[in-house]
Structures are given as structure tokens and as C-alpha cells.
Design a protein around this ligand. Structure first.
Ligand SMILES: Cc1cc2nc3c(=O)[nH]c(=O)nc-3n(C[C@H](O)[C@H](O)[C@H](O)COP(=O)(O)OP(=O)(O)OC[C@H]3O[C@@H](n4cnc5c(N)ncnc54)[C@H](O)[C@@H]3O)c2cc1C
Length: 407
């Protein structure tokens, strides 16, 4: 009998597993358990749908993608590893030989006192989008809690829609942990120029009716509050089993959990950082796809190992392009090149170690993020040409990547 592989969750990480198995001519039987109906929307599409309401073809994959897979549209509520079964509502069970958990993450909730009339909303699923869009229509004063990528993207959308937008952030910079502080100052100024108010080092303490109270004592008018304060991984399905969970489901370099034959990938998985070796989450598309490919390799009996997580973030705000990848802060002994022009609105910073690129943060400088990801991931030797790469990041970066591919 052919092997039964069951995948829970049907988004980016799951798709990557399925596609890689198809390319490699996997002969087993695939079952996909998805609580969302197929075809699915990517969470990444939501801000764009909010912005321009273009619903023409927003799906992650077309319906035909699922033709040769058994799709079960329900929520998996548990697993029975001893029996090799996934538990579904109504006492139903689905048996597996190997299991992939790709259940992603949810928006972290803001646990503060709010009124029923004015709850703090979050954005992760299509129903969240409808709730936000509906309320935004009747709102003028919008409070966004969290100045990460999603918070700032929403701030941009609402300010362009002529709303009065106030972003508050607990940390002392915008995009904390994603870009260096020098660049964060520039991004903050850009938003402020466009009329977005940003308060740093501040949190929302209570939200009642149309008034929010901030930790600095200020009271602010709020018609709509949206929290974009990070994620909480969807690991509940393994609750009650011996599978190790910290922030996410802990996996090894084959993306296998602490129980053999059960894998996890994407936002739900916790794995080691490429540079520091520390265990962490890496919630982004590139990583979900990469991890999915490692799971597929393991299912196919190949010896591929995941080399470690690398962060990558790309963001377009008010017509400006931002790319950050790899290490954001330099370690002792790293070689850092940095240049910025506040008036001209550009910034670049590269971090090198032993003649290799470890990280970069670019603002308004045209580069191919995927290509630089490859340079970092493969540890391409720059052969003492770091300065040149810094001076000519577009053309020389491309030449280096081509050279690496030929080698
Ligand atoms: C608004 C927004 C914008 C973003 N923009 C970007 C961006 O520009 N670039 C980028 O790299 N990343 C972005 N991200 C992050 C990116 O969306 C995630 O990294 C990516 O979706 C992770 O894919 P995943 O498959 O691991 O999980 P998810 O996309 O979270 O999918 C998990 C799926 O599993 C389902 N599921 C969960 N539990 C169960 C269960 N028990 N049974 C059955 N099904 C279950 C969920 O309903 C969901 O469909 C954004 C995220 C958001 C919210």
C-alpha cells in the first residue's frame, strides 16, 4: 500500500511541501486537512485587498491545484501519535503514516480592558479583513498598536484614505528587530511627513467607547483600534502529546518534531538561527517555502538538512522600498559599511564577516532581495570585494550571484 501523508494546514508551508513532492514524483497518498476552504487566501494579500478591494484573483493557488489530493475542510483538533491518527470534530479520525503540521500562526491578541462596542481588532484571516474594512468605513480616528511591518502597512493604507492615524509602539523604534535604529528613524520621519502620528515607548492600557488611555497618561480618541503586535503559533493540535513546544513546535534539521515521522514547517515551527544557532520562529513566506521543501525532502527519503533560519523582510511604504535580510545588528569583529542620506531618503548598510555577507538593510536602493538571500545563505566568498559590492549593490551583486551559480 502506498504511504499516507497527512498535512494539517493549507497555506504557504503546506503548498511548498505539496509542490516539492509533485516535482519529485512522490508516489504516496496526500491528504490535506484545512480549516479554511480551498482555494485559500494568503495572509499577505489581506492589506492589498483592504487597500484596493481587488478580488479578481487573490487565491494562493487555483482550485486545480487540489485535484489529485484528498482535501478535508475542517479543523484538526488533536493527534494520536501512538495510533497514527488525526482527530477531527464529530469523533472522526484520519490515519497517517507520516504527518506534517503546517498550521501557521494567529495574530497575537492584545490583552487589555476594552468595551464590547470598540474591541481591538487584528488582521490574519479574511473574516478579520471584512471586520476591519466594515468598521474603517465608519471610522475617522484609527489607532494602530505595533509599528511592525503589518502595523505600518495598515497605517499607510489608512492615511492614504485620509484617516487620522496614530501608531503606538512599545519599543523605542519602528520596525523593531527588523531594521537598524538609524534607518528606523528615517522610516518614522517618512510616515510623520505623510501625517501619521507615531508614539514610541508607549502602550495602550485601556480602550473604552471611543477613548483609549496610553501608558504615558495621554487619552486619545479612537474609532477603530487594530493590534499588530506579533504572532502566536497554532500548536494546539499537538497539545497533550509529547511533542516539544516552546514558542513554536520545535524541529530538527529535517523539520522533524521530537516524535519521529511527525514534521512541522512554516510559522508554527521553531528552529535554529543560521548565524547564532539560537532556537526561534521565522514567520515569513521565504522561510515557510524553504522549510516546506526540507519536509518534502525528508518525506522522499533524501538527506537534505535545513541550514538554519535567515530573516528576510521586504516592505514598500509611500513609494519607498525597504529590504532587510540576515543579521541586522553587527557582532564584535564584523565589518560594517553604512551610508545614508536623510534628505535623499536612501540608506544602505551591509554587515560582513570573514569576507562573506551576513546581513543588509537597504532603503530605496534597487536590489534583487532573492539574489542577496542566496549570497547570504550560500556564504558566497566576496574575495575582498566587499567595498565594491557596497558601492554597486545592484550590478555587482548580480554578477557575484551568477559567478556563485557557475562555481
Ligand atoms: C497581514 C499580513 C501580511 C503579511 N505580509 C507578509 C509579507 O509581505 N512577506 C512575508 O514574507 N510574510 C508576510 N506575512 C507572513 C506570512 O503570511 C506567513 O509567514 C505565512 O503565511 C506563513 O505560512 P504558513 O503556511 O506557515 O501559515 P499560515 O499562512 O498561517 O497558514 C496556516 C493555515 O493552517 C490553518 N490551520 C491552523 N490550525 C489548523 C487546524 N488545527 N486544522 C486545520 N487547519 C488549521 C489555518 O487556518 C491556515 O489556513 C504576512 C502576514 C500577515 C498576517
Amino acid at each position: 500500500m502506498s504511504e499516507r501523508v497527512v498535512i494539517i494546514g493549507g497555506s504557504h508551508a503546506a503548498n511548498s511541501v505539496i509542490e516539492t513532492l509533485r516535482w519529485e514524483d512522490f508516489r504516496g497518498r496526500l491528504t490535506l486537512i484545512s480549516e479554511e476552504k480551498v482555494p485559500l487566501l494568503s495572509p499577505t494579500a489581506l492589506p492589498y485587498l483592504l487597500e484596493n478591494g481587488d478580488w479578481k484573483d487573490p487565491w494562493l493557488r487555483p482550485l486545480s491545484f487540489y485535484q489529485d489530493i484528498r482535501v478535508v475542510e475542517t479543523r484538526a483538533i488533536g493527534i494520536e501519535p501512538d495510533r497514527g491518527r488525526v482527530v477531527l470534530p464529530g469523533r472522526k479520525r484520519i490515519s497517517y503514516d507520516r504527518l506534517v503540521i503546517a498550521t501557521g500562526a494567529s495574530a497575537a491578541p492584545l490583552t487589555i480592558e476594552t468595551s464590547r462596542e470598540n474591541p481591538v481588532l487584528t488582521l490574519r484571516k479574511v473574516q478579520d479583513l471584512h471586520r476591519i474594512a466594515e468598521k474603517a468605513r465608519r471610522s475617522q480616528k484609527i489607532l494602530i498598536i505595533g509599528a511592525g511591518l503589518i502595523g505600518l502597512h495598515l497605517a499607510q493604507i489608512f492615511s492614504q484614505a485620509k484617516k487620522k492615524v496614530h501608531v503606538i509602539e512599545l519599543k523605542d523604534q519602528v520596525l523593531p528587530g527588523l531594521i537598524p535604529s538609524g534607518l528606523a528613524f528615517q522610516v518614522k520621519s517618512l510616515f510623520e511627513e505623510k501625517g501619521v502620528r507615531i508614539s514610541l515607548g508607549v502602550r495602550l492600557e485601556t480602550l473604552r467607547e471611543k477613548e483609549g488611555r496610553l501608558s504615558n497618561g495621554e487619552r486619545v480618541g479612537v474609532d477603530l483600534a487594530i493590534a499588530a503586535i506579533g504572532i502566536r503559533t497554532n500548536w494546539e493540535v499537538v497539545q497533550g502529546t509529547s511533542i516539544a513546544v516552546r514558542e513554536g513546535i520545535v524541529v530538527n534539521d529535517r523539520m522533524e518534531t521530537s516524535l519521529p515521522g511527525i514534521y512541522a514547517c512554516g510559522d508554527v515551527a521553531e528552529y535554529r538561527d543560521f548565524f547564532t544557532g539560537e532556537s526561534r520562529l521565522n514567520p515569513n513566506l521565504v522561510s515557510a517555502a524553504e522549510q516546506g521543501r526540507t519536509v518534502a525532502a525528508a518525506l522522499l527519503g533524501k538527506s537534505d538538512r535545513h541550514p538554519g533560519l535567515i530573516s528576510i523582510n521586504t516592505f514598500r511604504c509611500f513609494g519607498c522600498e525597504l529590504v532587510s535580510l540576515g543579521r541586522i545588528e553587527a557582532d564584535v569583529g564584523d565589518h560594517v559599511l553604512e551610508q545614508g542620506n536623510f534628505e535623499g531618503k536612501f540608506y544602505k548598510r551591509m554587515i560582513f564577516r570573514d569576507g562573506r555577507l551576513k546581513g543588509l538593510s537597504f532603503f530605496n536602493i534597487p536590489i534583487d532581495g532573492g539574489l542577496y538571500y542566496k549570497l547570504v545563505r550560500e556564504g558566497v566568498s566576496l574575495e575582498r570585494e566587499e567595498e565594491r559590492l557596497f558601492r554597486e549593490p545592484f550590478l555587482f551583486g548580480k554578477a557575484l550571484a551568477q559567478r556563485a551559480s557557475k562555481a
